[in-house]
Design a protein around this ligand. Sequence first.
Ligand code: PAF
Length: 292
Amino acid sequence: MMRVVETISQVRDWVAETRAAGARVALVPTMGALHAGHLALVERAGAVADVTIVSIFVNPLQFGPGEDLERYPRMLDADLRTLAPFPVSAVFAPSVEDLYPVRSHPADESPSGGRGTRVTAGHVATLFEGATRPGHFDGVLTVVSKLLNIVRPDVVLFGQKDAQQVFLVKRMMADLNVPVTVEVVPIVREDGGLALSSRNRYLSAQQKQSAVALSASLAAAAASAPAGRDEALAAAQQVLGAAPAVRLDYFAIVDPDTFLPVAADHRGLALAVLAAYVGTTRLIDNRLITLG
Ligand code: PAF
C-alpha cells in the first residue's frame, strides 16, 4: 500500500525501516501535476530498486519573480490517484515550512521564500535556462540536495527533458561526492512529438498544435546535422520561423560533456537544446544529434 508522508522525520523513519529490511531505495523527485513522463520515471525506478519514493513539492526557490509559482498546478489528490496503480511505496509531500523553516536570524530571509544556506550551481547555470531564469538552478540543486539528504536513496531519477538540470545535478553529485546513482529516463512525447510537461496543461488545443514546431525543429536539426553545426542550426530556425505562434527564447547546440556551445567544426554527438514561448507558456525540449 502506498503511504503518504508529510514530515521529514516521518520519511526518515520510514526509509530507516525499509533499509533495515535490506531494500534498495529509489527517489523520484517531482513537483506534482504528474503525467506519463513522471510515470516513466516511476516505472524505471521499479526496475532499479526495491522500493520507490516519489516526492511532490513545488519548490518556491526555483521560481523567479513573475514566474508561475502561484499558478503552478497543485493537485496532490489527483497525483495520488495517478500513482495508485504503480509500485510506489511512499509519497513524500512536505510543506514549504517543513523544507524551508524560517530561521531566527532575520538577515537570512529572502523574498523568494527560501532562507539560509543554498547550493550554488556555477557558470553553466547562468546559460540557457539560467539566462532567462536567474537563480533557477541554485533553487533546483538546493532542493535536490535537501531531498537526497532527507531520503538518502540509493538511486535518484530525472527526466532527460530537463537536460540542463540533469547536467547540473550530475555535476553537483560528482563535485559534492554525493553517493547516489543518477538514472536519466528518456523524454516521453505526445503523438505529434510535443514533449510531455506539467506546463502543457496551460496550452489551448491550437497552442498545442503550434508547440509541435519545437520537436519538429529538433528533428530538422538532427536531419541536417551530418552537414555540420551551422546547417543544423539553420534547419531548426527555418522550422521555427514558419511557426509564428512560437516565440523562441534560445536554440543552441551544446557539448553534452560540458553543456557549452560547440564550435562550428565540432564532429560527433551534440545536444540540441531549446526553449520557446507558446502564448505565455514557456516550453523546453532537447535532442541528441550527430554532427558530421
Ligand atoms: O524537474 C523537476 O520537477 C524539479 O526541478 C525537481 C527536480 C523536482 C526539483 O524541484
